[in-house]
Ligand binder design. Structure first.
Ligand SMILES: Nc1ncnc2c1ncn2[C@@H]1O[C@H](COP(=O)(O)OP(=O)(O)OP(=O)(O)O)[C@@H](O)[C@H]1O
Ligand SMILES: Nc1ncnc2c1ncn2[C@@H]1O[C@H](COP(=O)(O)OP(=O)(O)OP(=O)(O)O)[C@@H](O)[C@H]1O
Ligand SMILES: [Mg+2]
Ligand SMILES: [Mg+2]
Lengths: 260, 260
C-alpha cells in the first residue's frame, strides 16, 4: 500500500526540503519507489533534485489541469521521481476562493494516481514538501497524508512553533482527515559543539518521548552544499555524516511503518 | 521623520526575526527610539524580547480593535518597544476576505500612531518582522514600509527566492506603495569555515552590488542562544561577534538613511 507522508513545520528553515530530498533518496536507495511532491512555491525540492523541466507542475495538479501521473518525472536517482513546483503555486489559495473541495485537491490527485498505477509497480512512498506556513497548501498536504513527519531544528525558536503545529494536526484529524497521525519528529542541524543543541534535544525527547526518531541529523556542510550541484547529499558525498544519518533515518522510518 | 522598515524574505529561517530584534536593539543603543512590530503568528520576535504580556497584540491592531499606541509596550531594552504577535494573526487573511482596504490596515495603523505622537518624543524607526511567506501580512508590511531590509542566509536555497522577492517588491511599488525601495540586503549566518558561504557572498555582491551592506553577520552560537533568555544578543553577550556585527549594521543603516 502506498504511504503518503507530509513534511511539515510552519517554522522556516528547519530542514523540511533537505529531509524530503535526502530521506526520499535513502528510501529509493533501499529499493522503495518514491515520489516527492514539491508543494512549496519556492521550488527548493525541485531545484535540489536538478528538476529543470517544470512545464507541468504541482500548480497544474492542484488546479486540476494535469494529473499527478503526467506531472511527475524520474530524477537522476533511480526509483525517485518528483512533481516539481513553480511560483504559480502562490496563487492557489486566492484562486480557490471558498470552493468547498479546496482542501482535498491534493488528496484526490494522489488517489487518482494510485488507482491508475500497475499493482506490480506501484509507488511505495509519497513525500510532500510543505511551505513554511499553515496555509491552504499545507492543509492540502495534511488532508492527503497518512502521517506527518516533522523536521525540528535544534534551536530555541523551533521549539516555540511545535505546540501550534501539533494542534493544527489535531484539528485536521478532526475536520478533514481522521487517519492523520504524527509519524515522528526528526531533530535536524544538531551541532555537538553547542550546549543549545543538547538542551533542545533533551527538551524534545522529554516532552514527546518515542515520537522522536532516535536518528538525529547533524549540521554538516556537505548537506548544505549538495543542492547547488542539483544532487541529494547521498549522491554528492555518500560517506559524510549527513548522508549516513539520512540512511539511518530511512531504515527507522521503514521500521516504524512495519509496526504501524 | 519616522522611518518604517520591513524585514522580509519568504525563505524560511534566514534571520528575519534575529535581525529585527538585534538591529532594533543596536539602533536603540545609539539613541534612536525604536518600535518592533511582530507580524509573524509564530511570535518569535515577541518571545526573543521577553514580551510575555500579549493581552493586546498586532492581530487586534490589524482588525482595528486596538490602536498601535495601545498595543505597544517597552521591552527590557531602553528606547525599544514591541507590538507583540499571537497565533490569532493566522486568521487575518481569511477574516479580511476581499475587503478593499485589507492591504492598508497596517499602514493606516502606523500613520495614526505617528500622527498622535509628541513631536519631541517620536519614534525614529519602526521595524516590521514578517512571516516566511508573501501573504497578506507581508503585503501589509510592504505597503506600510518606506523600505525593505532583506536578510539573506549564506546558503544556496536562500539565493533561489531572492529574484521572486525583488519582483514582489516591484509589484507592490507599482500597485500599493510608490515609495517602497530596497534599503539593503544583509548577509546572515556567514560561516568562514565553509566555501559555500564565500560563494554565496561573492554571487550576491556581484549581482546586487552596493545594495548589499558591507556588514556581514557571522554564524555565532551566542546569537542562537540569546532568545532562550528572552534577551537580544547585545544584552546577552555584548562582546561576541554577533553583537559586534549588529552594532556595525546599525551604524551602516543610519549612514544610508542620511544619504537617502
Ligand atoms: N543537516 C544540515 N546541515 C547543514 N545544513 C543544512 C542541514 N539541513 C538543512 N541545511 C541547510 O539549512 C537551510 C534550511 O534547510 P531547508 O531549506 O531544507 O529548510 P526548510 O524547512 O525546507 O526551509 P523553508 O521553511 O524555507 O521551506 C538550507 O540552506 C539547507 O541547505
Ligand atoms: N547569526 C546567527 N548565528 C547563529 N544562529 C543564528 C544567527 N541568526 C539567526 N540564527 C538562528 O537561526 C534560526 C533562524 O533564524 P530566525 O528565526 O531569526 O529566522 P527567520 O527568517 O525569522 O525564520 P522564519 O522564516 O521562521 O520567520 C534561529 O534559530 C536563530 O536563532
Ligand atoms: Mg523548504
Ligand atoms: Mg522569524
Amino acid at each position: 500500500k502506498t504511504r503518503v507522508i507530509a513534511l511539515a513545520n510552519q517554522k522556516g528553515g528547519v530542514g523540511k526540503t533537505t529531509t524530503a530530498i535526502n530521506l526520499g533518496t535513502a528510501l529509493a536507495a533501499v529499493g522503495e519507489k518514491v515520489l516527492i511532491i514539491d508543494l512549496d512555491p519556492q521550488g527548493n525540492a525541485s531545484t535540489g533534485l536538478g528538476a529543470d523541466d517544470r512545464s507541468a507542475s504541482t500548480f497544474d495538479v492542484m488546479s486540476g489541469t494535469t494529473s499527478l501521473a503526467d506531472a511527475r518525472f524520474v530524477t537522476n536517482v533511480p526509483r525517485l521521481s518528483i512533481a516539481p513546483a513553480t511560483i504559480d503555486l502562490m496563487a492557489f489559495e486566492r484562486e480557490s476562493g471558498m470552493e468547498s473541495g479546496r482542501h482535498y485537491r491534493l488528496r484526490d490527485a494522489i488517489s487518482a494516481m494510485i488507482a491508475a498505477e500497475d499493482p506490480d509497480d506501484r509507488t511505495d512512498y509519497v513525500l510532500i514538501d510543505c511551505p513554511p506556513s499553515l496555509n491552504l497548501l499545507t492543509v492540502n498536504a495534511l488532508a492527503a497524508a497518512d502521517a506527518v513527519l516533522v523536521p525540528l531544528q535544534c534551536e530555541f525558536f523551533a521549539l516555540e512553533g511545535l505546540a501550534q503545529l501539533l494542534s493544527t494536526v489535531e484539528e485536521i484529524r478532526g475536520r478533514l482527515n481522521p487517519k492523520l497521525h504524527i509519524h515522528g519528529v526528526v531533530l535536524t542541524m544538531y551541532d555537538q559543539r553547542t550546549a543549545l543543541s543538547d538542551q533542545v534535544v533533551d527538551d524534545v525527547r522529554r516532552v514527546l518521548g518515542d515520537k522522536v526518531y532516535s536518528t538525529v541529523i547533524p549540521r554538516n556542510v556537505r548537506v548544505a552544499e549538495s543542492p547547488s550541484h542539483g544532487k541529494p547529499v547521498l549522491l554528492y558525498d555518500y560517506r559524510c555524516a549527513g548522508s549516513q544519518a539520512y540512511i539511518k533515518l530511512a531504515s527507522e522510518v521503514i521500521e516504524r511503518e512495519k509496526r504501524m
